[in-house]
Design a protein around this ligand. Sequence first.
Ligand code: HEC
Ligand code: HEC
Length: 290
Amino acid sequence: MSLIERDNHSGYTTTGHEWNGIKELNTPIPRIVLICLAGTFLFAVTYWYLMPSWPLGDRFYPGKLGIDQRTTLAEQTREADKLKRSWIQSVEAADFEAIYFDNALMAAVNDSGARLFEDNCSMCHGRLGVGNLSYPSLADESWLWGDDPTVIYETLRVGINSEHPESRNAIMPAFGQMGVLDAGTIDDVVTYVRTEARLPVLRTRDASKRLKAGQATYKLACSGCHGTDLKGNQSIGTPNLVDRYWLYGSDKDSVFESIWSGRQGHMPSWEARLEPYERKLLAVYTTTLD
Ligand code: HEC
Ligand code: HEC
């Protein structure tokens, strides 16, 4: 039987164990640890009681407070929807002028408009609307139909050369393929158009004669659509031929090809695919690209 031994220095008794002369003090568990342990135990039991916790076969104990994250999410979604509906109604009610002057609506244009553009338009018109060969840039100052948001809104509704019954039509006739003009005549008109556009042309000996012939052909066959000044006509969507912007390329072969085989770009109609407010946001967004 071992005697109870007390450590003189700390005042505690020892456990009676000794290792190589070192004895273990019999100290109690600190009170704070016990309090924390009891606290966490109490917290756990209360939490089980109040919140959804124990699985019960195909159900679960729902908790005294009846808190359910699914209903919370549904409520939050309903709130967000209400908020969205209110700005959608504002967009639908506002005319274009009013949208430009309303900071909250312009924020929707910059945010939702940009997202809609990225999702629906950028594959053809490029990121930020800078365009591609055969797909016009929407970020420059050259427009086929004009940069008025009302015009763009209508273009989005009906499309260009699209399936829509009211589609805008913009067809560059295939003068060569249809046998209206022969290759030599088209060569001359290419020279004339490229000269007017201040693009470099080959100076041959009969240059001025061919330029004159090209001009005459242009007047007869082209000016009705592209204008006597070659600047196009936005009311029928014909491109300006003397600006820096070329939809199908400005080199001699590309211009020849445009006239020989014709051109007909396809812009889809968005009436069945995007809500009116979405097309409205996009129309305004498009005018802000630069
Ligand atoms: C499948 C490719 C394609 C998609 C997708 C597309 N476009 Fe177009 N878009 C075109 C083409 C091609 C033209 C030029 C038509 C032509 O040659 O006359 C055009 C023309 C336009 C024009 C007229 C430009 C002008 O100079 O007047 C606007 C505005 C326009 N698109 C906006 C949009 C917006 C906004 C979207 C997204 C909702 C979109 N497009 C999606 C192919 C596309
Ligand atoms: C019926 C109207 C019409 C007539 C006539 C016409 N064009 Fe066009 N032309 C267009 C349209 C519309 C486009 C654009 C097609 C498109 O957007 O896909 C175009 C496009 C072009 C282009 C391509 C421009 C670019 O940016 O790449 C050239 C070049 C051109 N025309 C030259 C001519 C010449 C030269 C003639 C006369 C021989 C002529 N056009 C006659 C309607 C016409």
